[in-house]
Design a protein around this ligand. Structure first.
Ligand SMILES: [Zn+2]
Length: 366
């Protein structure tokens, strides 16, 4: 920016502003002296068309343009950091399409077509919507084989409870055309934590759900919790305790740091951090959805999503959550966790949460 106004050339301005309404199609024409860059987009609730003009003075020529008989209800303008924003308030949802026309004398005309109703649908129909594909869900039943996980009263093992819930979820998602489920173990065998992460990548998973039940030194601790990865440290002492006990079955937790190391470690770290932050944000969103559905079928140990350094959640690009479905160490929780009907309810709550998440973030054929 110039330090004094005297040195700066005056910004080009909008010299003419007019609506046209022909054959049912309303268009807005904006004439600008000089070159123009712009962005046009629509917003809903209420319906608006927003026109950002960059590098122009933020004022319109005197005299309000006439939009009587058009789908436009009102027009506002104001300055922005780069120029001017025009907002058209619409009577109904509109589709906006803009093009530049070069006029004599170095002037440019921005024409914004505003088809509504059938016209808008016809124009939208020309563009093929992106094709959706089923989301691949990696279902990870914790522990297995030589690693029993948490042990409850009467020798009830976490590894058995979580395989039950995971198998039910696999069954439910398998019947739902929106999903393609895959499991990191389908029976009682040991799978190292890093292997679980690698399997999710090999199977091109769009999400990883790790299924657990926990234990605490205090038998009174009960209820379900949801965890996502924390790159920095645990959000609570309980989170740290749980993460340490879940990670203890595997000595090799640094898998992704190694797998992603590159010739320039700094570049690689920055890229992984950027991807990781976005993935953690998505995982938190999924975690909150799960807590919302779990509230209907069980008690919550934590009302919010906890964060800790779980090795199985360390995929930089796959939203991943670890769900503790209750405490094996609590007699009431343990009784419910081994109950088939309750396992079905928990699997249904996970299924509904995964459905909500992919409704919000559908996956498309690349
Ligand atoms: Zn576990």
């Amino acid at each position: 920016m110039s330090p004094t106004g005297l040195l700066a050339a005056p910004l080009p301005g909008v010299s003419h502003c007019q609506f046209s309404h022909q054959a049912g199609l309303t268009s807005l024409m904006l004439d600008v002296t000089g070159t123009l860059s712009y962005q046009v987009f629509t917003l809903g609730a209420p319906d608006r068309v927003v026109i950002d003009l960059h590098g122009v003075a933020a004022h319109l020529p005197p005299g309000a343009p006439n939009f009587a008989g058009t789908p436009v209800r009102g027009m506002r303008s104001g300055p922005t950091a780069t120029g001017m924003r025009l907002v058209l308030d619409m009577h109904q949802p509109a589709h906006a399409q803009a093009r530049l026309v070069h006029l004599a004398g170095g002037r440019q005309r921005l024409v914004v077509d505003l088809p509504v109703g059938k016209l808008a649908l016809a124009r939208q129909g020309l563009k093929q919507p992106p094709k959706q594909r089923p989301a691949v869900i990696a279902i990870d039943a914790g522990h297995g084989g030589k690693d029993p996980g948490a042990v409850g009263r009467n020798k009830h093992y976490e590894k058995t409870v979580v395989l039950g819930i995971a198998s039910l979820l696999h069954q439910q998602l398998g019947r739902d055309p929106r999903f393609h489920p895959t499991m990191s173990r389908t029976s009682d065998f040991f799978v190292p934590l890093h292997q679980r992460v690698l399997l999710a990548h090999q199977r091109r998973a769009d999400m990883l759900v790790s299924i657990h039940a926990d234990a605490a030194p205090s038998r009174s601790a009960r209820g379900a919790s949801v965890y996502v990865l924390s790159p920095h440290g645990a959000t609570s002492a309980m989170a740290r305790y749980i993460a340490e006990s879940e990670n203890s079955s595997d000595a090799y937790a640094g898998v992704f740091d190694k797998a992603l190391s590159n010739d320039d470690p700094m570049v690689s770290k920055v890229l992984v951090d950027m991807s990781m932050n976005a993935t953690i944000a998505s995982s938190l969103d999924l975690g909150r959805t799960v807590l919302g559905h779990f509230k209907q079928v069980t008690n919550l140990h934590q009302q919010r999503v906890e964060q800790a350094g779980f090795a199985v959640l360390k995929s930089p690009d796959i939203p991943s959550i670890l769900v503790e479905h209750g405490f094996m160490s609590n007699p009431y929780d343990c009784g419910r966790l081994i109950d088939h009907r309750h396992q079905v309810e928990l699997a249904q709550a996970l299924h509904a949460s995964i459905g909500d998440y992919f409704h919000k973030y559908p996956v498309h054929v690349a």
